[in-house]
Design a protein around this ligand. Sequence first.
Ligand code: AVJ
Length: 326
Amino acid sequence: PSDARVVHHGVTPTRRIPSLIDDVRASLLQAPRTLPPKYFYDDRGSQLFEAICETPEYYPTRTEDALLAQASDAIIARVAPDHLIELGSGSSKKTRHLIAACHRAGVATRYWPFEVSSQIMLDAADALVDDYPWLRVDAMSGDYTGGLSNLPLAEDGGRRLFVFLGGTLGNFEPEAAAAMLDEIGALMNPGDALLLGLDRVKDPGVLEAAYDDRAGHTAAFNRNVINVLNRELGGDMPIEAYGHQAVFNEEDERIEMWLVAQQAHEVYFSALDAGFVMQAGEGILTEISRKFTRQTIDDLLARCDMAAMDHFEAENQAYSLILATR
Ligand code: AVJ
């Protein structure tokens, strides 16, 4: 970054982050086969995710964006944050609504994005300080699955607003989601707040279409993880042998994305000197995306000693932004 108002910090993980090799050994070699969703996001996968967000079927991104545009002034009036800390900030596109609201309210917040993709974060930081002369950005490079206790946050007693958007908490199993909220909660002092974006339970047809768009971007996104494995681990998975499936699991209130083998085949990874046999019709669970109700949101917060102080809902309760405190 060229501007002195952007500072770049590297964040050392608090605990060991499993490598792709570890994850494949632990989750893919034996049934039930799963993969962590973070491996979707190589350059191609990130591009495909952007394309998904533009499809008519994938409503979460645009719904959350519109809701933030509406609610940002109220959120900033309520919290008046000295520090705005965002987990998984990406290009900070949606966060711009909050920063614009700070500008209107005369709240000179300091912005702390935390993101794996450093270049995307630093480019966004440069653009932000260009637009807002009062803004300082502390860009933090790292992986939040490695923990939050090493974040280099200022200990100046200022009020902190944590932001975790995109419904990404829904990609975590219930235990892991609660653990993540507990880690955020551990960084919150009285008066601090957390703004959480979560997708809502709705008609299964609408949900399944959102994860199986007609243009095929979600299918390509799901299958692209096979390219990632082949490239990174010297694998020979036949990409054309796998079909994309998105199903709403009503019992667990979650979308599940599967890669389903259309015919039986063997897979070998030279980096592991190991492989596995796929049966025809057998699936790999590549992502869960949990959908919430008012009740399951309140239960999740309560489990982590938090409570909603404000709850902003999109039309038809399609999506929620929750402002929570401890
Ligand atoms: C950005 C992780 C929240 O779960 O809806 C979109 C990812 N996967 N289409 C989601 C995703 C398939 C997205 N998150």
